[in-house]
Design a protein around this ligand. Sequence first.
Ligand SMILES: NC(=O)c1ccc[n+]([C@@H]2O[C@H](COP(=O)([O-])OP(=O)(O)OC[C@H]3O[C@@H](n4cnc5c(N)ncnc54)[C@H](OP(=O)(O)O)[C@@H]3O)[C@@H](O)[C@H]2O)c1
Length: 323
Amino acid sequence: MKLAIVGYGNVGRALARLLRQKRREFPFTITGIHTLRHGTAVDPAGLPDDAPLGPRAGSSEEFLDAAGADIAVELTTLNPSDGEPAISHIRAAFRRGMHVVTANKGPIAHACAELREEAARAGVGLRFESAVMDGAPVFNLWRHTMPGVKVLGFTGALNSTSKVVIETMERGGSFEEGLAEARAMGITEADGAFDIEGWDSAAKTAALANALMDAHTTPQQVATRGITRLTPERLQEMARQGKTVRLISRARRSGSRLSLRVRAEVLDRWDILAAAPGTSNVILFHTDLMGTFGTVSIEPGVEQTAYGVFSDLVDVSRLKRPV
Ligand SMILES: NC(=O)c1ccc[n+]([C@@H]2O[C@H](COP(=O)([O-])OP(=O)(O)OC[C@H]3O[C@@H](n4cnc5c(N)ncnc54)[C@H](OP(=O)(O)O)[C@@H]3O)[C@@H](O)[C@H]2O)c1
């Protein structure tokens, strides 16, 4: 199947490497790459590996028309305030009868129900596994397993950058050094403030609530406080008492009320939400039939984000009808 990639940064490039690695078994062809400042490359017959980017297409619509792909892969920068322009990119792809795979949580955090409906009307698939916890099954877990189980809530340590910053400060480094370390790993949002002020976690919380709990919410409706007030001294003092801090997302439904929040919480070092090192993420689902269970991803990097996109591409390429 032919792919048009909108956004070619850390994740887009990692995806291109993965597609090359798995080409024999999974013969996807990239027919277009479109960026904001670095230009565009298009060849409906398939771009060569490491194709240079030329002049930028006039618009994302013009790009999608030229690329003539079956699947649009939306990998542009997160905008937690309204999910744009990614939402418009996705709609433009639907109008052209293209499936959409995205790692961008903005659209799911702001317009999950609408986009799912529009995809169904257009007869195409919409997948977004890497929007939360990279390629570890979170959304597709519920798509493909757990029939009849209802999600009543979730608790997660979902932001890798804040963990890297906290661990750097526990070792005596500064806040800025921690952020620089996370940025060098390619895991930080283009605007690192989104990670440390909690907006990345709020967008993930809203996306999870929308996709798994029919919430119709937005990141702005998640009560959010980040880690900006932490200091190395405070963290080292807590470490001496066997404690640490994690940016925790919580969702809980009671009756018709859904409460969503993101907070820097003090946890015992052995707490399941705190114990995994570095970039590791944990989510626990609270359910009606399966009690509490979860998914853990140990030290994921951008290759695992690319894998989540890849697994979605394989999934939509097998669709006979939209689901
Ligand atoms: N990195 C991770 O570990 C990770 C994990 C999970 C999810 N994600 C999500 O994946 C997405 C991509 O992340 P990333 O780390 O690859 O970001 P990135 O390195 O900042 O790359 C973003 C890309 O999007 C392009 N872009 C931005 N606005 C655009 C527009 N209006 N039209 C066309 N292209 C546009 C940029 O163009 P230029 O190159 O010209 O600037 C760049 O190529 C984000 O939504 C992020 O939240 C990332």
